[in-house]
Ligand binder design. Structure first.
Ligand SMILES: NC(=O)c1ccc[n+]([C@@H]2O[C@H](COP(=O)([O-])OP(=O)(O)OC[C@H]3O[C@@H](n4cnc5c(N)ncnc54)[C@H](O)[C@@H]3O)[C@@H](O)[C@H]2O)c1
Length: 358
């Protein structure tokens, strides 16, 4: 890597959002090197970073954010000047089955990273070493820390709302946010936290809602929708999230948190129906060879939608008020759900080999 350039540590860069962020960031900022530290759990996939693997300003390191020795080595070896921290266990269903790993990675891991950063950048509380002044720790978090909202469309998550996490996942993310907050207030570290709504787009793991709907539809399998399908999420196209992170990292005020969301509240059943409509148009059931082999009598992918018993503790509604990042940093989402989902379905049709270069 080019030693004259500033090196940023990105954690969890082989996951869904990180692997969308890294190519965007490297292209936009020729003045940075990026070190990507990722453990490559089941959720990490280097295939998603093929486009940058030979970039001379990019270095991948396989390792655990909880490994203090390794994190210290990376700070020393690459003289890290900023951190954008994506690495986490991120799937609510897994946090119900196995909460321990969420506490370890999301809480211990965040603590280890920020503590190493503090020791490397700072002389003592509220005093940065001269050469590290302005070095920032940006923590990527979720709107799920605020808990659930009633159906009233006038009530939205604002940055002032008290935390009320309901799942082991959101509780572990809330805890990590608190640790980052405390490093700003106790040690004077330059921190920023962004809390984002549900992302969708290319490179998301198969386990998540939108890839699951598309994959099951294409294979002619039931499309499982929890409960009555009326749970509401506020959907944001992943590249719009990346642009918000970039703005908050470069222009956000130290110690602040910014909510990022697309003002795109949709129920899960709407999402499933919408995706099926797009598939019916782009890849009608009568052209689908897998369905032909199954002797399927489907008229539309919608016929596959099946309600299954609800997730325990399932939050009813999330919705973000993004006024702060819009007004203070000038962020705007470029996509709405209806435009972003078409791009997304095309990408997965390509991935699952159904339509080439769709
Ligand atoms: N996906 C969303 O809708 C969403 C919304 C808001 C916030 N977030 C937050 O954004 C961040 C990224 O989310 P995502 O959807 O890309 O997650 P993801 O699960 O797709 O990726 C997580 C990445 O972290 C890596 N990782 C896990 N444990 C690690 C460890 N101990 N050490 C190093 N690397 C480790 C994994 O290998 C993977 O590459 C998370 O912090 C998540 O809480 C996600």
């Amino acid at each position: 890597m080019d030693k004259t350039k500033k090196t940023i540590l990105i954690t969890g860069g082989a996951g869904f959002i990180g692997s969308n962020f890294i190519p965007y960031f490297l292209e936009k900022y020729p003045e940075y090197n990026v070190v990507n530290l990722d453990l490559l759990t089941y959720a990490g996939n280097l295939e998603n970073l093929k486009e940058v693997e030979n970039n001379t300003r990019y270095k991948f390191i396989k390792g655990d954010i909880c490994n203090r020795e390794l994190v210290e080595h990376i700070f020393n070896e690459y003289d890290i000047r900023g951190v954008i921290h994506f690495a986490a266990e991120s799937h609510v269903d897994n946090s119900i089955k196995n909460p321990g790993v969420f506490v370890r990675t999301n809480v211990d891991g965040t603590y280890t990273l920020i503590d190493v950063a503090k020791n490397y950048w700072m002389e003592k509380p509220f005093e940065y070493k001269d050469e590290y002044k302005g070095c920032r720790f940006h923590h990527i978090s979720t709107d799920e820390v605020y808990g659930t909202l009633p159906d009233d469309p006038n009530i939205l998550f604002t940055e002032e709302m008290p935390y009320a996490p309901n799942s082991p996942y959101s509780a572990s993310k809330a805890s990590s946010d608190m640790i980052v907050r405390s490093y700003h207030h106790t040690f004077g570290m330059d921190t920023v936290i962004t809390n984002c709504s549900n992302n969708y787009g290319p490179k998301q793991h198969d386990e998540k809602l939108i890839p699951t709907i598309i994959r099951n539809a294409l294979n002619g399998n039931p499309i499982p929708i929890y409960g009555d399908g009326k749970n509401i999420r506020d959907w944001l196209y992943v590249l719009d999230h990346c642009k918000g992170i970039d703005l908050a990292y470069h222009k956000g005020k130290a110690g602040e948190t910014y909510n990022i969301g697309g003002r795109n509240e949709r129920t899960n059943i709407y999402i499933a129906n919408k995706i099926c409509e797009i598939l019916d148009e782009l890849y009608p059931v009568e052209n689908n060879s897998k369905l032909k082999t199954k002797n399927s009598k489907l008229k539309s992918y919608k016929d596959l939608i099946t309600f299954v018993s609800d997730r325990p503790g399932h939050d009813r509604r999330y919705a973000i008020d993004a006024s702060k990042i819009e007004n203070e940093l000038g962020w705007r989402a470029d996509e709405n759900f209806e435009s972003g989902i078409v791009k997304t379905v095309k990408w997965y049709l390509n991935k699952y080999g159904e339509i080439k270069n769709g």
